[in-house]
Design a protein around this ligand. Structure first.
Ligand SMILES: *Cc1c(COP(=O)(O)O)cnc(C)c1O
Length: 235
């Protein structure tokens, strides 16, 4: 595949996925601008990632902090208008360097991480936007906070420099689309409940990937994290 064929293929993938996301939103009676597509670029290098940005996808998700900052610093991407989203497990010792790129952190999965973000944000004097990751499937191998811990966190004194925008969730491994839909509905109900008890809006729901984004949008997702569908035919 030549470079220009690859660019073309990624552009087509982006357009197809964007249309499907818009359709799912419309079918759910929601506005098409209520759902943001986070292009998950963990499968490809910086140059291929740049093709996706050029196609129109400017919100990018990476699951490894080192890869996120390497890409953010790369010649191919450094000057492009990108909002970074950290979507994978994050170790506290990676935080300082990561925060230079002002990512929205979807994967806050422990109180220790939350407190560490609070400390760094205070040092920097800059607000960090985060989502709390919920383990909705009850799958012990999955990361994420259980609902009770979430409630405790949201009811304790907030960190001054952390803005908690909502929740992030993944369907359990190997779940079919219908079960995924039920899990997403449970996340939305949990959010509604936590929002009421904490007084925080928690507007963002980051849920849905290549195989289940339509179900997630039907249940209220405001951010879908899509990777493989965008790179079909090029990886
Ligand atoms: C890889 C990944 C995605 C994207 O998955 P696809 O099935 O390739 O769309 C979404 N969220 C997280 C946390 C991921 O690690």
């Amino acid at each position: 595949m030549t470079e220009s064929q690859q660019r073309q293929r990624i552009l087509e993938n982006w357009q197809t996925v964007s249309e499907e996301v818009a359709q799912a939103a419309t079918q759910a009676g929601r506005g098409i601008d209520e759902v943001k597509i986070i292009g998950v670029t963990k499968y490809v290098d910086a140059e291929t990632t740049a093709d996706l940005v050029d196609a129109g996808c400017t919100m990018l998700g990476e699951n490894r902090p080192q890869v996120l900052w390497q890409k953010a610093e790369s010649d191919a991407l450094a000057s492009k208008p990108i909002t970074w989203h950290m979507i994978g497990h994050l170790q506290r010792n990676k935080l300082r360097r990561l925060l230079r790129y002002h990512p929205i952190i979807h994967s806050v999965d422990s109180r220790r991480l939350l407190d560490a973000i609070g400390e760094e944000a205070t040092t920097n004097g800059e607000v960090v936007k985060i989502l709390l990751e919920v383990n909705i499937s009850g799958d012990a191998t999955k990361t994420g906070l259980d609902p009770e811990t979430l409630r405790t966190i949201l009811n304790q004194d907030p960190h001054r420099w952390i803005q908690i925008d909502g929740l992030m969730a993944m369907a359990g491994l190997g779940t079919d689309q219908q079960t995924a839909g039920e899990q997403f509905a449970a996340v939305r109900r949990l959010r509604d409940d936590l929002s009421k008890s904490s007084g925080l809006e928690l507007n963002e729901l980051s849920m849905g990937m290549s195989g289940d984004f339509s179900e997630a949008i039907a249940e209220g997702a405001t951010m879908v994290r899509i990777g493989s569908r965008l790179f079909e035919g090029v990886m």
